[in-house]
Design a protein around this ligand. Structure first.
Ligand SMILES: [Zn+2]
Length: 239
């Protein structure tokens, strides 16, 4: 039995359903040999969905990563033995919206970086709204407006989002590959690279849309000052 979960969303963020083999159980959570559920991290919440085991169906409200394994909590206390086959299905409406928010946030962060060398110091991606913190001094609301406009223009251009792997050393030589301040990519030999055509390239482990024309429009909700050099920006998506 392998002691690691293959992360299906790394190569294909559009997998909604999959079958897998249980490899471990802890309390009310099952670890599988592979999964399409994102276990959370990098400002993105974990996926939710359902798991079918034989004739039973369980809600999966949370998934989490522990070491190399991804565990899926089974609501109502499902018991799975190692070696049993399960069918997983993620809540696609929720996940797809999170993917659109996520890729949109990459484009937004890239423009902040390009226009003023500002780094993202934190982010929280949500279904209804997301927030991004940027390290920037004395900026005005009009400036955010123009940055959002530029981001929306780029999104509507239908830029391709490419996902591939590079050796760690080679990847870390690319300027701007790490845009989240203080966040070094995981200590692995090959880094997963997410590239939004001609605007952003980042080492990243989360699910993304394949083309920016799937995202729609970023809409500014409000901004907050978080200290002299930190601005917090809340936005949502339309539609
Ligand atoms: Zn990301």
């Amino acid at each position: 039995m392998p002691r690691r979960t293959e992360l299906l969303y790394m190569d294909d963020s559009y997998i909604r359903k999959f079958s897998a083999t249980a490899i471990d159980m802890e309390e009310d959570a099952v670890a599988l040999d592979k999964t399409a559920f994102y276990p959370g991290g990098g400002g993105l919440p974990s996926d939710t969905g359902i798991m079918r085991i034989g004739d039973e169906e369980f809600k999966v409200p949370v998934t989490y990563k522990k070491g190399d394994l991804v565990y899926h909590i089974l609501e109502g206390g499902g018991l799975v033995k190692p070696g049993e086959i399960v069918e997983g299905e993620i809540d696609w409406d929720r996940r797809y919206r999170l993917m659109r928010m996520h890729t949109g946030l990459h484009v937004l962060g890239a423009i902040f970086y390009e226009r003023m060398g500002a780094l993202v110091t934190g982010n929280q991606i949500g279904v209804d709204r997301s927030r991004v913190d940027v390290n920037i001094e004395g900026f005005k609301r009009e400036l955010i407006g123009s940055i959002l406009e530029e981001a929306n223009r780029i999104l509507s251009e239908g830029r391709k989002v490419k996902i591939y792997y590079l050796p760690r050393e080679e990847a870390l030589r690319i300027p701007g590959i790490v845009k989240l301040a203080g966040a070094m990519p995981p200590n692995v030999e090959r880094l997963r690279i997410v590239e939004v055509e001609d605007i952003d390239i980042q080492a990243d482990g989360g699910p993304h849309v394949a083309n920016t024309n799937e995202i729609g429009k970023l809409v500014l909700l409000r901004t907050e000052s978080k200290g002299r050099r930190n601005k917090r920006i809340y936005f949502t998506l339309e539609p």
